[in-house]
Design a protein around this ligand. Sequence first.
Ligand code: PL4
Length: 403
Amino acid sequence: MVERNSDIARYQADYLFVDIARRKERLLQEQPDAKLISLGIGDTTEPIPDMIIHSFVEQAKQLGTTKGYRGYGAALGDPSLRKKIANILYQDRISSDDIFISDGSKCDLGRLQFLFGSHSSLAIQDPSYPAYVAASVMSGKTGAYNTDNGQYRNITYLPCRPENAFFPDLEILPETDLIYICSPNNPTGTVLTHAQLQKLVKMARERGAFIIFDSAYAGFIRDSSLPKSIYEIEGAQDVAIELGSFSKTAGFTGVRLGWTVIPKQLCFDDGTPVQNDWSKIVSTFFNGASNIAQAGGLAILSDEGITASQSLCDLYLENANILREAIESKNYTCFGGENAPYLWVDIKGEPSWKLFDKLLKKGHLVTTPGAGFGPAGEGFLRLSAFGRRVNIIEAAQRLKEIL
Ligand code: PL4
């Protein structure tokens, strides 16, 4: 008999979004006519702009010709897409050969686990996107789960709550190899400022730690004073890896296209450039992103594509505003939603799974309980602003009736 991998067995909860899907199915069995509206999973709903679809079609047609057919592409990504990302998204602060094209940031989060040994220590913002913890547990980095406090032994949880303006207290941070930071943040919808990122970079440089910066929602930042990338901070290239994605900004959640930035200056303690090991991992566990998806990526970064994807994000931000007005009209305080597609609602001390169940059963609304994002998420509910406008308006009405 084959022994079960104890690292995978150690992961306690069902993956949050799987658990929510199960509760949703149960409700539909009990109330088959329920017209559910999802404010739960952060999945895009609007069609991909025509000019991007056109680029997929053109690329697909090429594959049907002898002259245009291509098989495996460059393992690290189409050089022209790497250049475009460096130029448009990083204003050439980052060199194109420091950009590695992927099939999405969650996939790279998984592959990143191979880059660091199971002995490496980590810190996360609490609450945070659950995949950081799940991937770390399953790759053996976290030690045992403590049922008393809902934490894994070798993870340092950095509470990010309204009391500290959602910025971790770096004083409580012990020696740590990896610090996961997400801005704009999932789930709180808040964005770190230049000054806050400067503190993080300074701390990482002093301590020799690496920051893993998730910028999946950068395309939603509308306040031009806020940083869209950690590399806007001087010195970040020596200490930070950045994950990027076209999922949310261009409706590519199903198409799958993202990238990871590993600057060549970033080195392990023995002087080996991290890039060298990342190239080994990528070429071993991945065979490059789909050529059709990469053609779409180039279209997103054309002038017309940039305007179209900004309009998509604007639409979701308007949704956030509609939901915010409904919530505030019931005297709830809510964070985020201005530079991110998530609202983080302070639910006045009510347990978050309890309110989740109430909204599901009475309002047929699917939300995400704050507790699912970590211990410090308790007492909050996350609302996703991804949704068709007609559903968002209906959801806002139901929220007003039930809250
Ligand atoms: C549900 C901070 C959503 N089944 O599409 P990707 O892989 O480029 O991006 C995934 C991702 C990466 N980083 C952050 C994210 O929030 C996400 C997507 N999060 C959510 O509702 O929190 C979708 C989650 C999906 C999943 O588990 O990733």
